[in-house]
Design a protein around this ligand. Structure first.
Ligand code: SOE
Length: 383
């Protein structure tokens, strides 16, 4: 086991993502031999009682109610942003100025304008940074990237992805507030485009390179909702469903679809990539499997192979149980922390960093702009 230096974590936000990140910080050293030990120093949330309760449950040494105070603390090395989207930019920019390392939940910001400022801030400060696009670190997805990188698929023709949910179908569901900020456009920036398609886009660009152009349509099925905090009925500003066609720089064509109105689907994220020689398909509901078809196989036995990604030679898997036993969703966050800590030691920082987060925000901005104008939109690329 390597000697470990302590890395003091200051977490902002105590929701679903605060829990996935805290779990990762706590477990990483049990499974990965990395040169740093995350120390749960402080959790910060506006509601002091809730922050205290979270600190107790997860083992944080202290709590704060103002993120500015958290950033000012000398005993914090890394700011982890797990609060709603409208807080990301201000916290990240202040943290960078204070010389803190930053991990930020996805999407990087409410829009690319804010994300650009965040990229400039971390660049100027020279601080380590990463965005929590966790699905890259599902071992099966990482393996897909390796297989594509080895050239096994040949020239790529098609990419298709979807992310379907069904939790907002009721018109009685309010918008805004702690649990439902994803429905409030002022806080979230957009609906499924920034929340769900952003995952599909991040994975897609990681596997298949940059996206050049998009043409999109979006819909808001329920036009008015009560605000959770004020009780006032307000216009709904988010997209409930979003679909777009895309052209990648490598010449391949793509379709992307996301909705929160697909009754029966809770978190169905799938992607498929078709090349000249081979195809790959992955499904979050069966996340430890990768479907692989290789046309070069002998005809008699040619067919889709269902690879069970649980063996020691599969990405990350030698750190877990014994071959054949699978892992799940929470492990993707542990893998991200492990890679980040390894990067701090080697100096080779892992991705996706803030620049990658900005690249995705450029695509989601283009999708929303295209849905508004009804035209193809050229996607900006980070400098
Ligand atoms: C939305 O319901 C959500 O929690 C997203 O915000 C996450 O990023 C996604 O991984 C699961 O669904």
């Amino acid at each position: 086991m390597r000697a470990r230096k302590k890395l003091n974590i200051g977490l902002v936000g105590y929701g679903f993502m605060g829990r996935t990140h805290s779990n990762a910080f706590r477990k990483v050293n049990n499974f990965f031999d990395v040169a740093f030990e995350p120390v749960l120093k402080c959790v910060c949330a506006r509601d002091g009682a809730k922050a205290d309760a979270f600190a107790k449950q997860w083992g944080y040494e202290s709590s704060e109610t103002d993120w500015r105070r958290l950033i000012a603390r000398k005993d914090i090395d890394l700011i982890d942003i797990a609060s709603p989207n409208d807080t990301h930019a201000d916290i990240a920019i202040a943290a960078a100025k204070a010389g803190k390392m930053i991990l930020c939940e996805k999407p990087l910001a409410r829009n690319a304008y804010q994300a650009e400022k965040m990229v400039s801030a971390v660049k100027k400060a020279g601080v380590a940074n990463m965005v929590w696009y966790n699905y890259r670190r599902v071992p099966a997805v990482t393996l897909a990237r390796q297989l594509i990188g080895e050239g096994r698929l040949g020239r790529i023709f098609h990419y298709r992805a979807k992310f379907l949910q069904d939790w907002t179908i009721s018109k009685d569901l309010p918008q805004g507030g702690a649990g439902l900020w994803r429905l409030d456009v002022k806080v979230a920036g957009s609906g499924v485009t920034g929340d769900l398609l952003a995952h599909c886009i991040d994975t897609a660009m990681w596997l298949n390179g940059p996206i050049d152009k998009v043409t999109a349509m979006t819909e808001t099925f329920i036009k008015q909702r009560k605000h959770t905090l004020t009780g006032k009925v307000q216009k709904v500003g988010i997209d409930d469903a979003s679909a777009f066609l895309a052209r990648f720089s490598n010449g391949s064509l793509a379709t992307f679809e996301s909705t929160r109105y697909a009754r029966g689907h809770k978190a169905l994220y799938t992607f498929e990539i078709n090349g000249e020689h081979a195809s790959i398909f992955w499904d979050l509901h069966d996340l430890h499997r990768l479907q692989y078809f290789d046309h070069r196989d002998e005809g008699k036995v040619r067919g889709w192979r269902s690879l069970h990604i649980t063996d020691g030679d599969h990405p990350y898997m030698k750190n877990w149980w014994v071959p054949g036993l699978q892992i799940g969703y929470e492990h993707t966050f542990i893998h991200q922390v492990a890679d980040f800590l390894e990067g701090l030691d080697t100096g080779k920082m892992p991705r996706p960093d803030f620049r990658d987060g900005l690249a995705t925000d450029y695509v989601t901005d283009a999708v929303l702009a295209s849905a508004k104008s009804g035209r193809w939109v050229t996607v900006k690329k980070p400098k």
